[in-house]
Ligand binder design. Structure first.
Ligand code: BTN
Length: 261
């Protein structure tokens, strides 16, 4: 028997997708991953009002109080695992589309490498993409986890954070945000050509935060300053080091401008 809440959430998502709604769970990404491993068909959203064990990138926790959107999309794209490298750009652009549709000024919404979306230079969403390989390096399933800071944000985050409420003075309902996000992501996925990503990368670059600027780069084992030159079609971030040499980065994080350097 489908509950009234589940019916309401189902009516918000685009045709051809299913929604499982939970008032509370550990992590929507974990729910979607467990379902994927058990063979649940793709095109299924997992949404929660609150998470007790929200997962962030690089093993961080994701603070998940009521009022924000916590959602994960389980998909089974017919692609190779290697073709997923540029998916973070697609997802960040869908989140950017969402913030703009929810009332943020387009020039205020930027994408920060690899997949953060900023409003007025502060982080307003989190994206965590997890994938599972099938045979022959084909993708079995992916889980696209998206958190939107509609109302709350952590005050002590490593990179300054914000919410739609703080930036626009409007409190957006979680259901309204999900309606917009699920459609924006669907549109982007429908037009995704993993081997022809030039125009998508170009679009990302045009709203990319810090492109052309000298920024701090942190990886698992080092921290240095470099100028962000752009993103290539393989998904790597091109960096110009201070000695003029070029380097391509596939994992790490970008932080604010160097202070008095
Ligand atoms: C980041 O560190 O920036 C990524 C955060 C991703 C958070 C979202 S909230 C919905 C989904 N469920 C999770 O446990 N994580 C993602």
């Amino acid at each position: 028997m489908i509950s009234a809440a589940e019916n309401e959430w189902q009516s918000l998502a685009p045709d051809g997708t299913k929604v499982q709604y939970f008032d509370q769970c550990g992590s929507t990404n974990s729910l979607a991953t467990e379902a994927g491993a058990k063979g649940l068909p793709g095109n299924t959203w997992f949404v929660a009002g609150k998470q007790s064990a929200g997962k962030g990138r690089r093993g961080n926790a994701w603070l998940s109080e009521t009022g924000n959107l916590y959602s994960s999309y389980l998909a089974r794209p017919a692609v190779l695992i290697s073709e997923l490298a540029t998916l973070p750009y697609l997802v960040s652009l869908a989140v950017r589309d969402t913030f703009i549709a929810l009332g943020c000024k387009s020039e205020s919404v930027q994408c920060k490498w690899p997949n953060d979306v900023l409003i007025n230079e502060k982080k307003a969403s989190g994206i965590l993409i997890e994938s599972n390989a099938g045979s022959g390096m084909k993708c079995d399933f992916i889980v696209i986890g998206i958190g939107l800071n509609l109302k709350n944000f952590p005050p002590d985050a490593r990179f300054p954070a914000t919410s739609v409420l703080d930036e626009t003075s409007s409190l957006v309902k979680v259901t309204a945000a999900f309606r917009v996000l699920s459609r924006a992501l669907q549109q982007r996925i429908d037009s995704w050509r993993p081997n022809d990503v030039g125009s998508m990368i170009e679009e990302w670059r045009a709203c990319g935060w810090g492109i052309g600027m000298r920024r701090e780069i942190r990886t698992n084992n080092e921290s240095f300053f470099a100028t962000l030159e752009g993103v290539d079609d393989t998904g790597g971030l091109s960096l110009r080091l201070d000695d003029g040499t070029m380097r391509c980065l596939y994992a790490g994080e970008v932080f604010g401008p160097p202070i008095n350097h």
